[in-house]
Design a protein around this ligand. Structure first.
Ligand code: SF4
Ligand code: SF4
Ligand code: SF4
Length: 350
């Protein structure tokens, strides 16, 4: 009952505060910074959870393409560490194509697509994904996925992010579900055709979409597979090679550029509105073992909405019961925890 009454109170406050959200630019609060300075903890920088996440993101960005460490910098030992990691966890709930030249670890969704279109059912990949996500939620989206990382770093310099209203956010968020079902329709169709031995005509008709339908719109595939496989100029004298890349490749590059540029104003917009993999992972993450909750003795939702302003997934945290933010959108980035002025956000284990 207490939670219900709180919910209605916060919804009222939310309606007041979000009625103009669509046009209002909200500044990232400064409370936490001020507090951090007051404490004067010389180790504060080291133990800062935001800093830790950035480091983990960079480490995994290189790690999932670990062969590059050997190819470019001769770091054989580090590459071997990551290939050892791959032997334990070959796929993670992120987007990362195994077809990339330097790839060590694949994204669950990418690998599942390939397995389906080869006429196989992805028992292991699907099972591993479900286990990871039901335990850790979408932590891999928040801490590991290279496309999430790119968007986070694009957002970093901007203190004035745009937050669409809850209604608009919900409508835009539906797009990724539609994309998921369209992708899966063609993926399963190709897989069944392969099993029946009738796939040739279908694959001819689908052209570049035949192997994995989402790949051609997948920023990770474009960035790590399509772009590196083009004819790259080695100097000014053969810059004309850029002209051989083809219109589709340039459109894909423009799309990736948009993913980065738009993230400056709309944090993780690709994750929130377009990523079919993220939608799938969200189905299993809502009631994950690990999640976020608020301490009712500390939280002051009627005078504060800091956690919501800093949430890159634009989750209306105060609308959920104190006990748990049961949102499929939560990527466990812990930005809300880092910024809460009352230290009311807690990591919950069910
Ligand atoms: S939702 Fe974002 S972080 Fe998660 S898999 Fe998709 S691109 Fe990566
Ligand atoms: S959790 Fe923290 S930031 Fe969010 S409403 Fe409560 S006190 Fe404010
Ligand atoms: S609710 Fe908190 S942990 Fe979840 S996505 Fe938003 S800021 Fe990150």
């Amino acid at each position: 009952m207490a939670e219900d009454s709180d919910k209605s109170d916060t919804e009222e406050l939310d309606e007041q505060s979000t009625s103009s959200d669509e046009t209002k630019l909200e500044k990232e609060p400064k409370e936490k910074k001020a507090k951090g300075k007051k404490r004067g903890n010389p180790l504060g920088l080291i133990f800062n959870i935001r800093m830790l996440r950035r480091i983990v993101q960079i480490v995994f960005f290189l790690g999932i393409n670990a062969y590059i460490l050997t190819a470019w910098w001769g770091q054989e030992a580090i590459t071997q560490f990551w290939t050892g990691f791959r032997d334990i966890l070959p796929t993670l709930p992120i987007i990362s194509p195994l077809e990339a030249e330097y790839a060590v670890i694949g994204g669950s969704f990418d690998v599942m697509q390939r397995e389906f279109t080869s006429g196989l059912f992805p028992f292991f990949t699907l099972g591993a994904m479900v286990i990871i996500v039901t335990i850790l939620g979408r932590s891999a989206c928040g801490w590991v996925c290279p496309i999430g990382t790119i968007q986070d770093f694009a957002t970093l310099p901007n203190r004035e992010k745009i937050r669409p209203s809850p209604g608009t956010e919900k409508e835009l968020g539906r797009m990724k579900a539609y994309i998921f079902f369209i992708v899966m329709f063609f993926t399963v169709w190709i897989g069944v055709s392969v099993v029946l031995g009738t796939a040739d005509a279908l694959k001819d008709a689908l052209g570049i979409f035949a192997d994995a339908v989402f790949d051609q719109f997948n920023p990770a595939y474009i960035l790590f597979v399509i772009v590196p496989s083009q004819n790259w100029p080695t100097g000014f004298d053969n810059m004309w090679l850029l002209g051989t890349w083809g219109a589709v490749v340039w459109l894909q590059i423009i799309f990736v550029a948009l993913v980065v540029i738009v993230s400056y104003w709309f944090p993780r917009w690709f994750c929130r509105w377009l990523c079919p993999a993220g939608w799938l992972y969200g189905v299993f993450s809502r009631d994950a073992l690990v999640g976020i909750g608020r301490n009712p003795a500390r939280c002051t939702p009627d005078v504060c909405n800091t956690c919501e302003v800093v949430c890159p997934m634009n989750i209306r945290i105060r609308r959920y019961p104190y006990q748990r933010v049961h949102s499929p959108e939560c990527i466990m980035c812990l930005e809300c925890k880092s910024h809460c002025p009352n230290k009311a956000i807690e990591i919950k284990f069910l």
